[in-house]
Design a protein around this ligand. Structure first.
Ligand code: HEC
Length: 307
């Protein structure tokens, strides 16, 4: 491939993201900031590449001229032109501490394994310096992390990040005071206003299946002590939140806010023991609350007496 073809291909390759961005955009006919960014970056890269290419060519030309001139002068003076070592070659030799071939005789070690002999070369300086740098680094590392504790270790860094994230999440929740209610922390609301709100939600959304009095219809009786999915406030909240879609009870999470679900859950709990006429028979398991503050629990002796 000649140079011309190569440069055309390179150009095409470089501007292709720009072209693609344009092609995508013509559909909507709006040029957003991202497209502008692609175009500007594409052109900048292109120009940078062109400048680089031109500089290389110019430098090459200059070198050719200088070389020719040197050859000419050497020819005029009738001396042989000795090429000077390039800076790179000098650095390379220094970095590796190469010994000239002529000195090899002095470097050969005296042992001889079936004709295989060894040269006593120096370790390359670049390698030695890397080694010294690791030692210096280790001293600083040890001091900073383990002696003076001035920098956090990985575990501390991790814990700090966790703390930061927790603080952030707490701050976020603090800004939305009520909506951190879920099935684990939902509480029975005693406030009459909130219970009235719960009743409104119930009559509007739930009564068609559970009856206004909670006695049950399509849905089960909510007034008895028998529950299909548990009778604690948390259980009720959870049933309302995730629903039982396969049985016809939808998830209300997207339709009701956490506060609304808390209010309606609390309202449902007020049905308890109302025993409305025409109520459905018990379904599910008997739910015995852990503690019943409003009704004093029967003592063991009364239970025994009843038996
Ligand atoms: C389309 C009818 C329908 C509507 C509307 C409906 N439910 Fe239900 N609900 C059901 C059915 C059916 C079940 C029983 C699910 C099962 O068998 O597991 C149920 C179960 C429940 C339970 C669990 C009862 C138990 O025994 O564990 C609660 C609590 C409940 N519903 C509350 C509500 C609330 C609150 C609303 C209104 C926001 C509502 N439901 C709206 C049909 C309905």
């Amino acid at each position: 491939m000649n140079h011309k073809k190569l440069s055309i291909l390179t150009t095409l390759f470089l501007i292709s993201p720009t072209l693609a961005a344009f092609a995508q955009d013509t559909g909507s006919l709006t040029v957003d900031s991202k497209t502008i960014f692609y175009v500007v970056t594409g052109f900048t890269l292109l120009i940078a590449l062109l400048v680089l290419g031109v500089s290389v060519v110019v430098l090459q030309l200059l070198k050719t001229f200088v070389d020719q001139q040197a050859e000419k002068i050497a020819a005029e003076k009738g001396v042989e032109l000795v090429e000077e070592e390039s800076a790179w070659t000098k650095i390379w030799t220094k970095l590796n501490d190469f010994r000239p071939m002529e000195e090899e005789g002095e470097l050969v070690l005296d042992h001889n394994y079936d004709g295989i002999r060894e040269l006593d070369n120096h370790l390359p300086p670049w390698w030695k310096w890397l080694f010294y740098i690791t030692i210096i680094f280790a001293v600083f590392y040890l001091g900073a992390y383990h002696v003076f504790d001035s920098l956090p270790l990985q575990e501390e860094e991790y814990m700090a990040q966790i703390e930061e994230a927790e603080a952030e999440s707490a701050a976020r929740l603090a800004n939305l005071p009520e909506s951190n209610i879920d099935e684990n922390n939902v509480a029975f609301v005693e406030d009459a206003g909130l219970l009235a709100k719960g009743k409104q939600i119930f009559n509007l959304n739930c009564a068609q299946c559970h009856k206004e009095n909670g006695g049950g219809g399509i849905g089960p009786n909510l007034t008895d002590d028998y529950w299909l999915h548990g009778g604690s406030i948390g259980d009720i909240y959870k049933t309302i939140k995730i629903g039982v879609p396969e049985k016809g009870m939808i998830s209300w999470e997207l339709l009701l806010s956490p506060e609304q679900m808390q209010n309606v859950s609390s309202y449902i709990m007020t049905f308890k023991g109302t025993n409305p006429p025409g109520a459905k028979g018990p379904q599910g398991e008997l739910y015995v609350p852990e503690a019943l503050p409003e009704k004093p629990t029967e003592t063991d002796s009364t239970v025994v007496a009843k038996l």
